[in-house]
Design a protein around this ligand. Sequence first.
Ligand code: IDP
Ligand code: MG
Length: 154
Amino acid sequence: MDKMLVLIKPDAVERGYIGRIMTRIEEKGIKLVAIKMVHLNRKKAEELYSPHKEKPFFGGLVDFITASPIVAMVAEGPSVIQQIRKLMGSTNCAEAEPGTIRGDLGISIQNNLIHGSDSAESAKREIAVFFTDQEIAHYTRALDKWLFPSEARV
Ligand code: IDP
Ligand code: MG
């Protein structure tokens, strides 16, 4: 099953949206297999965002993500990356569709409430920034037979 890292960013934590964002993921049917609150130091933040280190917004992004605690999660499900990236909406909240987390709850391009890995490779790297293998749960929900059916697709 596919896995990805999801972060509830400092703006969302301070605004009281931890539960709301987790609910959007849970009600979609996606399984959460690891959760922790972390206050990142700059070194870890720079490691997380290393693919962006040449970008003009890198310094500001590190300031933002280290400003307050975040909630780190590992989510699991069929095509989970595609599913959660759709729920998140476009990077710039001002352009994100209504109905998405960023479209409904934000205005900024930087303070955009949620992070989600964008590929299987980045998911593997990013999960390892926050979690050891022992911290990731393995379980089958009674509802998995309804939520994750094996089905043919055209
Ligand atoms: P994503 O979070 O939608 O995958 P990325 O392009 O990977 O977007 O950028 C990582 C994060 O960097 C964004 O979520 C946002 O917080 C921040 N960011 C992206 N573009 C800008 C920008 O133009 N100005 C300021 N911050 C930005
Ligand atoms: Mg990204």
